[in-house]
Design a protein around this ligand. Structure first.
Ligand code: NAD
Length: 369
């Protein structure tokens, strides 16, 4: 039986999001329906409302969700009613070459499930019966969602779901960029450009991994203050210094070993690259529009053995990493409570997007009844 659910929908690019009552169909083969408890509001959701991320509207937003399984489709053996789950915005088939070699975020079948379920259809319809696409095959900024099992990770029942949701994107992306993509060694020097929901997690990832120097770079002073609470040892506001790479080289005596770009702008990628010392690595986490470009001299790549890498969902193996990060939280090692600077009801979702755009939150989280 279909369920009625309030959902946050992008109807057209560059227009405010809308809260609509939609119909969520029951699960088909290898799918489950979940009742959402919480969903974080990520910059990537905002990017889908302005065409930076080009998922075609109408689109149910949300990819950082956690909830309880309420119905399972035929063939589902790994989940049952009552299980607690976190969404993964990347579909992982578990069988292709990339999944088998331990890189499920690069799943060769993920492209089938960008804004629809992997079979190319959706379980979401508006009040007039028209299909609604779903962000990252999830669309979890809604009271209910029907999702393929391979986009879900089961977690312990005793983890609070409103905290667990954050691991589905911001925490995994930021901490994973440090642990998995960079594999930062203790004693390293690091800089994080952009310390919003993702960048603050890169900061705490650097701190957990034992970085000696952690420089937060952000145009928003309130974010820089938060970054100190998450482990930054130095802060730089680019509007207050003439040349950020020079300032970083001065602070570190030659440049950082790792620079994490968590903004989503080619200009910032170049700044991050120029802030590296010899042998340094820039990790690009921010997602820019397809037309965005960057530019820097290439001589230093061979001569200084500098490199540049991308990081997608923190190079995660979600089935392994989501529970691992939640266990760090349960043992008081990972800050999740401090990330949630404001919660919203689903009816307040438009305000949550305005607040994200204005940089008012570390992470805003929508809590469902
Ligand atoms: P956010 O809006 O919470 O944070 C962005 C931060 O960047 C803000 O604090 C802002 O003040 C700062 N900023 C803006 N311009 C800046 C500049 N020129 N220099 C320094 N700081 C600047 O966003 P978020 O949710 O943390 O997402 C950050 C980026 O990561 C986005 O591009 C998002 O789409 C991307 N993202 C990537 C992945 C991935 O898997 N690679 C996953 C999730 C999000």
């Amino acid at each position: 039986m279909s369920r009625l659910a309030k959902a946050v929908v992008c109807r057209e690019w560059n227009a405010p999001v809308r809260v609509e009552e939609i119909r969520v169909d029951p699960p088909q083969r290898n799918e489950v329906t979940i009742k959402l408890t919480a969903c974080g509001v990520c910059h990537s959701d905002l990017s889908a409302t302005n065409g930076t991320i080009q998922f075609p509207p109408p689109l149910v937003l949300g990819h950082e969700g956690a909830g309880v399984v309420v119905e399972v489709g035929e063939g589902v053996t790994s989940l049952k009613e009552g299980d607690h789950v976190v969404s993964s915005f990347i579909y992982m088939c578990g069988k292709c070459r990339q999944c088998v070699r331990g890189r499920p975020v690069l799943c060769e079948n993920a492209a089938k499930a960008l804004f629809q379920l992997p079979d190319g259809t959706v379980r979401t319809h508006d009040a007039d019966g028209n299909p609604l696409n779903v962000f990252g095959a999830c669309g979890v900024m809604a009271e209910y969602a029907t999702i393929h099992v391979d986009n879900l990770v089961k977690i312990d029942q005793d983890t609070p779901l409103d905290r667990a949701a954050l691991v589905g994107c911001a925490v995994m992306t930021g901490v994973g960029a440090v642990f998995n993509t960079a594999q930062l060694e203790p004693g390293s020097k690091a800089a994080v450009f952009g310390v919003g929901g993702v960048g603050l997690n890169a900061i705490q990832g650097c701190a957990l991994a034992g970085a000696e120097t952690i420089i937060a770079v952000d145009t928003n002073d309130a974010k820089l203050q938060l970054a100190r609470e998450f482990g930054a040892t130095e802060t730089i506001n680019p509007t207050e210094v003439e040349n950020v790479p020079k300032a970083i080289k001065k602070l570190t005596g030659g440049g950082v070993d790792y620079a994490f770009e968590c903004v989503g702008a080619g200009t910032v990628v170049a700044e991050a690259y120029k802030s590296l010392g010899r042998g340094g690595t820039t990790v690009v986490v921010g997602v820019a529009a397809p037309s965005d470009k960057t530019s820097f001299g290439t001589f230093s790549m061979p001569a200084d053995e500098r490199c540049i890498k991308g990081s997608w969902l923190g190079s995660a193996r979600p089935q392994h990493d989501f529970p691992r990060l939640l266990s760090l939280y349960q043992r008081g090692r990972l800050k999740l409570d401090e990330l949630v600077t404001r919660t919203y009801t689903i009816d307040e979702a438009p305000e949550a997007f305005e607040d994200l755009q204005a940089g008012r939150n570390a992470r805003g989280v929508i809590i469902f009844d």
